[in-house]
Design a protein around this ligand. Structure first.
Ligand SMILES: C[S@@+](CC[C@H](N)C(=O)[O-])C[C@H]1O[C@@H](n2cnc3c(N)ncnc32)[C@H](O)[C@@H]1O
Length: 329
């Protein structure tokens, strides 16, 4: 059994759980509101106890003893005026829910030693910077020393996806904070050609054939092999730099949001759901529940984290904790 345990909030399909487990921690408890995410999570994380409920209904005292609390929470504006007046009971705000749980966990002698948060890059500039100021100061008020950095998946995760995300780590122990270093950049060797199956025999539903309205436009523009394209209503954009554009949750919302390729049989097709999951670093043996339609899986993949980036940051967090634990005072 691993030494450090994590509890995972806003767990989705468990990308953060995978990252921390690959780094040597153990995911023992998770929370997620969406029942479709829960189907996928449960199929792939058999040893984690997932509570399928609104975080607002969770009591921190019911969270088992853990070392690290994680969460990629939805980014929402704060009522800054209310905040200045000390009004904190913004129950709808997911970050405040995280802090409420931390408080309840502390009261139960279960204050997480590390808090790990992930979010979109513009969390830092969101609401003219207010959102981030509030987040940082709330973590500090709770006793955490905060370090944050924006990391791009294609630079830090050896995955061919352009995905910039902010990672926030709060340390309760000053020694952990001092021991912690962000991972270094890595060379991208895991290129698109290794993730996409250019010879795959795919179902017709993934193909763009002459019966589709946009076919002529696509045929005109999608010509290069080993390139991922994006269709945007009136034009097709080639994604330069040999990486896939950021996978987003709205891939699951129909339209033409799923990235496109031209395969070895010269057929234009969407990336497959499993290819999208691989572009996020999910393992080859990742299981997709049979009862889920593609749009849900695309959404889950776009909403997830890049597992390899999480793994590299998690390794650094665990290393810092181990160094502290091994130090002889
Ligand atoms: C950005 S996704 C996080 C995905 C996750 N990191 C992964 O790798 O799959 C945010 C998640 O928060 C969940 N969520 C949103 N509101 C919630 C709430 N009130 N209580 C619990 N979960 C919630 C969403 O369903 C979504 O799965």
């Amino acid at each position: 059994m691993s030494k450090y345990k994590i509890a995972s909030l806003f767990a989705g399909i468990g990308g953060i759980d995978y990252g921390f487990e690959y780094a040597g921690a153990k995911s023992i408890w998770a929370n997620e509101i969406d029942k479709y995410c829960a189907l996928t999570f449960n199929l792939n994380h058999k040893d984690t106890h997932l509570i399928v409920d609104d975080i607002c209904n969770i009591n921190g005292k019911d969270i088992p003893k853990v070392d690290i609390l994680t969460g990629g929470f939805p980014c929402q504006p704060f009522s800054i005026a209310g905040y200045r007046k000390g009004f904190e009971d913004d129950r709808g705000n997911m970050f405040f829910q995280v802090m409420r749980l931390v408080k309840e966990m502390s009261e139960n002698d279960n204050k997480p030693r590390v808090i790990f948060l992930e979010n979109v890059k513009n969390l830092k500039t969101h609401d003219k910077g207010n959102t981030f100021v509030v987040i940082k100061s709330k973590l500090e008020e709770a006793g955490y020393i905060v370090n944050e950095k924006i990391l791009n998946t294609c630079e830090y995760g050896n995955l061919p996806q352009n995905r910039e995300r902010i990672f926030i780590v709060g340390f309760l122990k000053e020694k952990d904070f001092n021991n912690f270093k962000w991972p270094e950049k890595v060379k991208l060797t895991n290129t698109i050609d290794k993730v996409v199956d250019w010879n795959a025999n795919v179902d017709k539903k993934y193909l763009y054939e002459s019966d589709k309205k946009c076919y002529e436009l696509l045929k005109e523009n999608i010509k290069e092999k080993n390139v991922i394209y994006q269709y945007r209503r009136v034009y097709v954009r080639e994604n330069k730099g040999g990486v896939c554009p950021t996978l987003t949750a709205n891939m699951g919302m129909g339209g033409h949001n799923v990235p496109l390729i031209i395969d070895n049989k010269n057929r234009i097709r969407k990336l497959l759901p499993m290819e999208c999951l691989k572009l996020q670093g999910f393992p080859n043996n990742f299981k997709i529940p049979k009862e889920l339609c593609d749009s849900r899986v695309y959404k889950q993949a776009g909403n997830a984290v890049s597992v390899k980036v999480i793994e590299r940051v998690a390794k650094q967090i665990i290393k810092a904790m181990e160094e502290t634990d091994n130090e002889i005072d």
